[in-house]
Design a protein around this ligand. Structure first.
Ligand code: CTP
Length: 390
């Protein structure tokens, strides 16, 4: 589709960035970015005229998204806006405006473009030899100031390393180390956005370890020496979810992994700046309170856990179990599963109906009832009432 519109309008159009990389790696990618040597917004309009769908403009950036009738998003940018006003076009000029766009990017493997115009369809523009780096599985910056321009690129590099099983070349790695202190200048929000993406990828324990090596955690007060223990904890956390498929989900959330190095260093207080949401704050608070779970190892019945854990969220409980690698983790898991749909046979109202005097002791009675229900000792309302009068 794009190819035909490119021909009709006479504009040069390229597929660019991550999608080109993933095409060569034969990996799926729905993020389609195209660059037009000309006005991108106009081109998106042309696409709509030719094939329907709709166009969303981002005027300040001179970019637009064409939403294909199938719902697919295609982002269209302009290689250079002022170029549009030039009357004639020379091929080498075109190439250099595109190169300028490519030069602003992070890594060689992300700085390739594929021409979509029919007469030169599939021609590769690869000024930094990203092809060779794809073949040798190397992450390489385009120039020495890349990480200074944007320190989040270091985190992107780690993401691509783990995702594709690539490695930074020596030069890139030493630039990453040298620029790591800049990470502290970023807002917590930007770091959080990168962490979410990092810990979604395949190997969170490996990612944690790699970030120690590059001194990322150390910038935020985590001790150098916590690397090994953090790696182990992350591995156990990952495994716990894989084995038990707990109610909390099939994978730990990014924040659980992010917390591990701080937790291992006993410096949870240093990470509150990153918690940002109510759920994360509750997680931190739970972890802090659970740090001292003495006696839990001896428990053998699901209901008994309830006395300790009633007020804690699943993910915090699992975080702690994973750290201890406890023997009775099967029982805790069955406790977590039972408590989600634990039936409520009696309420405070019911106790009054049954002739009891209201008061703070109700709490204790209802807790004991829940413990018995979770242990499978009480299965109906009648049994609950009978239990009450025992
Ligand atoms: N980019 C960059 N510097 C950044 C972020 C992005 O140079 N800090 C460039 C890269 O060339 C990248 C493109 O912008 O290919 C698109 O960015 P994004 O969609 O975030 O990354 P992808 O490479 O597509 O990675 P992913 O597959 O994880 O989305």
């Amino acid at each position: 589709d794009i190819s035909r519109t490119a021909e009709r309008t006479g504009m040069r159009v390229y597929l660019i960035g991550g999608i080109v990389r993933d095409l060569f790696l034969e990996r799926p990618n729905d993020d389609i970015d195209i660059v037009v040597e000309g006005n991108g917004i106009d081109f998106a309009e042309h696409l709509r005229t030719d094939y329907g769908g709709s166009v969303k403009m981002h005027e300040t950036f001179g970019t637009a998204s064409w939403i294909h009738p199938s719902g697919l998003y295609i982002d269209v940018t302009s290689a250079r806006l002022e170029y549009y006003e030039r009357p004639a076009s020379l091929p080498d000029v075109e190439l250099s405006t595109l190169s300028e766009d490519l030069y602003r990017r992070d890594f060689t493997i992300n700085s390739m473009a594929l021409c979509l115009n029919p007469e030169v369809f599939g021609d590769l523009v690869d000024p930094f030899n990203g092809q060779a780096d794809l073949r040798s599985k190397t992450i390489k910056v385009l120039h020495n100031l890349s990480f200074i321009d944007d320190p989040t690129r270091i985190l992107r590099a780690v993401r691509f390393e783990t995702r594709f099983d690539f490695l930074m070349d020596k030069q890139t790695e030493s630039l990453a180390l040298n620029s790591m202190a800049r990470m502290r200048d970023l807002s917590a929000h930007r770091i959080v956005e990168e962490m979410k993406r990092l810990f979604k990828d395949e190997d969170p324990p490996g990612t944690i370890k790699r970030l120690f090596k590059l001194t990322f955690w150390q910038q935020f007060g985590v001790d150098d020496g916590s690397a090994e223990q953090s790696y182990i904890h992350a591995g156990q956390l990952k495994m716990f979810y894989e084995i038990h498929k707990p109610p909390a989900g099939t994978k730990p959330r990014w924040f659980n992994y992010f917390a591990i190095p701080f937790f291992t260093s006993k410096k949870m207080y240093l990470m509150s700046q990153f918690s940002l949401t109510k759920r994360n704050n509750k997680f931190l608070q739970d972890i802090r309170n659970l740090s001292d779970m003495e006696g839990v190892e001896q428990i053998r019945e699901p209901g008994e856990f309830h006395r300790f854990l009633k007020h804690y969220e699943d993910e915090a409980i699992i975080f702690m179990i994973a750290k201890e690698n406890m023997e009775n983790e099967d029982i805790i898991t069955s406790y977590l599963k039972r408590r989600i749909d634990m039936p409520v046979f009696l309420t405070g109202e019911d106790l009054i109906q049954e002739g009891m005097k209201p008061g703070p002791h109700f709490r204790g009675i209802l807790l004991e009832l829940e413990v018995a229900v979770l242990n499978g000792e009480i299965n109906t309302r009648d049994e609950a009432v009978a239990w009450l009068h025992e």
